[in-house]
Design a binder for this molecule. Structure first.
Ligand code: PNW
Length: 470
């Protein structure tokens, strides 16, 4: 046991950020309070057959009212940093025009509470909850939405830029664009492949416009986006499977990384999607390609894919999924590689995380990297005494932190790690059926109880690294 000598077997660099992440719609509740307007997720949750059990984020884990308790729990874990998202509908209910001071105040109070507890606030400006009036005007496939986003971002930055140093613009534009507008598994539930490509482009454009606006006010702040990256492997040595892997890597990873970090779209992805008429304006690429101070990597799993005919495996982004989010590559099959899975059915492969981090370091211009999400969801129940023993989550986090450690040893500028999630919460199309938290929430009483994984993570943070293997 290395704790006896007070030094971890796998130490992380001094100043490494140890965090946990959440998102507004998944935790806040208070959906109609203090002037908050409706977002696409409020609407989607009310559409029958879209969210398991008809669950909604109306109450969620009531973080809007319980944030002081939650900040106390973070302090108890020893978190150095906390990643949360800001609800656009709270700050600007119509998505344009008037700002809601009461909404901004909530985030001022949250940020102040975090700073007082010695925890660095890491807000994300867009974690999927588009104000409904903007969707009514066409949503992300409309170019104007990118400009509305930059205005909103600028307003939040004006309110918090003196106290918040690290800013994330958009979270997982892949999910927002392709689950929202192609497969329809997420809000707004549209199934329009051509529109989904425009949505992806405008999410990126909104990122660029927002960074430009915020940076002009406070050049010393750090700006970036958070993308969900996957390691991608072909199922066999068959060239058709290699082509499938190229396509999925293109749509999932390079469609976002290349514009952000290289200022261009990947030619092969443009070719794969050509029949959808995707023809982005080159001037937009210059705007998207802002210098980045940080890049957030959300990592959960590896995709194993085949281009050869056969039986398709279910990819579980929704219990109701039927349409493909893989625009232009709908024939690709996702096949099980036989690894153990989490409660989401996602295959556990920590080697994919080091692979992604090392690849970013080797193939793209240098940028400080942060793992902004990584975690495991299960359908778990507490024991009779209300405690949760979650050895599988501990093993998942331990393995992925070891992968981070390996990447750092290989020279990757990885500066922090945020686990998903601080608390059990509303897991999108899965409602409250899947739990990702380090802290269990009893949804009937809103009682919070740290799981075994919370104590494990607190010890990792305390030691500044992973314990030795026993
Ligand atoms: C991410 N997929 O969501 C989000 O950023 C979180 O809000 C979410 O709770 C977490 O991961 C766990 O799901 C994803 O189907 C949802 O590929 C679906 C997919 C990926 C990420």
């Amino acid at each position: 046991d290395t704790s006896a000598v007070g030094r971890p077997a796998a130490p992380f660099p001094a100043g490494f950020r140890w965090g946990a992440a959440t998102a507004a719609y998944q935790i806040e509740g208070a959906a109609t309070e203090d002037g908050r307007g409706p977002s696409i997720w409020d609407t989607f949750c009310r559409t029958p057959g879209k969210v398991l059990g008809g669950d909604t984020g109306d109450v969620a884990v009531d973080h809007y009212h319980r944030f002081p308790e939650d900040v106390g729990l973070m302090a108890g874990l020893g978190l150095t940093s906390y990643r949360f998202s800001i609800s656009w509908s709270r700050v600007q209910p119509a998505g344009a025009g008037a700002y809601n001071e009461a909404g901004l105040d909530f985030y001022r109070r949250l940020v102040d509470a975090l700073l007082e507890a010695g925890i660095e606030p890491w807000p994300t400006l867009y974690h999927w909850d588009l104000p409904q009036p903007l969707e009514d005007a066409g949503g992300w496939p409309e170019r104007d939405t990118a400009h509305r986003f930059a205005e909103y971002a600028d307003c939040v930055h004006q309110a918090l830029g003196d106290r918040v140093r690290h800013w994330t613009t958009v979270n997982e534009p892949w999910c927002a664009a392709f689950l929202g507008y192609a497969s329809g598994e997420h809000a707004p539930g549209r199934r329009e492949p051509s529109a989904s490509l425009l949505a992806a482009h405008h999410l990126m454009l909104g990122h660029g416009l927002a960074v430009e606006a915020m940076r002009s006010r406070t050049p010393g702040n750090q700006f970036g986006a958070a993308v969900n990256l996957y390691a991608v492997s072909p199922a066999t040595a068959d060239p058709a499977d290699a082509d499938a892997a190229r396509r999925i890597d293109g749509l999932q990873n390079r469609l976002f990384l290349d514009p952000l970090l290289l200022g261009r779209y990947p030619d092969d992805v443009l070719a794969d999607t050509a029949r959808h008429g995707f023809d982005p304006d080159p001037d937009d690429l210059a705007m998207i390609h802002q210098p980045l101070d940080q890049l957030g990597v959300n990592y959960y799993a590896r995709h194993t894919v085949a281009g050869t005919p056969g039986e398709a495996a279910q990819t579980a982004s929704s219990p109701f999924s039927s349409h493909s989010p893989w625009v232009g590559s709908e024939h690709v099959r996702f096949v099980p590689a036989g690894r153990p899975v989490t409660g989401m059915g996602w295959e556990i492969d920590e080697s994919g995380l080091s692979e992604i981090l090392v690849r970013l370091h080797r193939e793209y211009p240098a940028v400080p990297l942060y793992v902004t999400e990584n975690g495991a969801g299960y359908d778990e129940e507490p024991d009779g005494d209300g405690t949760v023993q979650d050895p599988d989550r501990i093993a998942y986090l331990d393995a992925h932190l070891r992968a981070c450690h390996e990447a750092i040893a290989a020279g990757v500028p990885l500066r922090g790690y945020f686990t998903w999630s601080l608390l059990d919460n509303f897991e999108w199309a899965w409602g409250y059926s899947k739990r990702f938290g380090l802290i269990h929430v009893d949804y009937a009483t809103q009682r919070r109880v740290p799981k075994d994984s919370a104590r494990w993570y607190a010890e990792v943070i305390r030691q500044g690294g992973l314990p030795g293997q026993h």
